[in-house]
Design a protein around this ligand. Structure first.
Ligand SMILES: Nc1ncnc2c1ncn2[C@@H]1O[C@H](COP(=O)(O)OP(=O)(O)OP(=O)(O)O)[C@@H](O)[C@H]1O
Ligand SMILES: [Mg+2]
Length: 227
């Protein structure tokens, strides 16, 4: 298969705030990720991992450098175009699961498909069968507040993959799970990514999760640490 760079970051600098209170978080991050790769990003708390993942997910902007996602320069895109681009190509699993509280698990899964204007009947069928694969069939008509933390994380993973996105970005997707369940969910995420031919980037503190991925990128104090 031909190599295709799906995410390309060049010398990215990002700071929060202004003037004397400005905090430099990313200090010249460059990386390339190929289509189909499964990569983890590790590093200490506060190193800039979530910040970098949010940039790759087109959820935030940066001050200097260049970022291309699927060959598209996202720095110059309007907020509206960015959100359309994200919906079409990227599935994001947040550090806190970010499910919509007013909607059931099933409805949360249908949402990305409905936003893409898929028919309701087909969205419902896909959501139902994916929830079955996540062993959540009997919980699908419940809202997040009625689900356990681990169940919410499974719904969040299912919601990120349901549209078979080119890129799946996961920020500590198993943060609140015990060892066994965190292994099961990570293995399943990787298996679905392979099945859907998605590129996966997982941010994690957990080296045993990182070791399941094809490549480990380490960020320390806003810079990539070459290994
Ligand atoms: N919206 C924000 N405004 C100001 N500072 C922020 C903001 N978001 C993050 N930061 C700061 O930027 C730095 C990097 O944060 P980031 O969330 O990227 O860290 P992280 O590597 O994901 O850490 P963790 O492992 O704890 O999740 C931290 O010092 C954090 O306090
Ligand atoms: Mg983080």
């Amino acid at each position: 298969m031909e190599r295709e760079i799906i995410i390309s970051a060049e010398n990215i600098e990002k700071m929060y705030g202004f003037g004397t209170s400005a905090l430099r978080v990313l200090k010249g991050v460059s990386l390339e990720i190929e289509r189909g790769e499964i990569v983890s990003i590790v590093g200490p708390s506060g190193a800039g991992k979530s910040t970098m993942l949010n940039l790759m997910g087109c959820l935030d902007g940066f001050q200097n450098g260049a970022l291309k996602i699927l060959g598209t320069d996202v720095a110059g895109m309007s907020v509206e175009r960015l959100s359309g681009f994200r919906g079409a190509h990227i599935g994001f699993i947040f550090q806190l699961h970010n499910l919509l509280p007013e909607f059931t698990a099933l409805e949360n899964l249908m949402m990305p498909l409905l936003i893409r204007r898929e028919k309701k009947s087909s969205a419902r069928e896909k959501a139902g069968s994916l929830l079955e694969r996540f062993k959540l069939a009997d919980r699908m008509h419940h809202k997040p507040a009625e689900l356990s933390g681990g169940e919410c994380q499974r719904v969040a993973v299912a919601r990120a993959v349901i549209g078979r996105p080119d890129i799946i970005l996961a920020d500590e997707p198993t943060g609140s799970l015990d060892r066994e369940n965190s292994d099961i969910l990570t293995d399943f995420l990787i298996q679905l990514g392979e099945e859907y031919q998605s590129t996966i980037v997982i941010v994690t503190h957990d080296m045993s999760i990182a070791s399941k991925t094809g490549r480990i990128i380490s960020i320390i104090d806003g810079k990539i640490q070459q290994s």
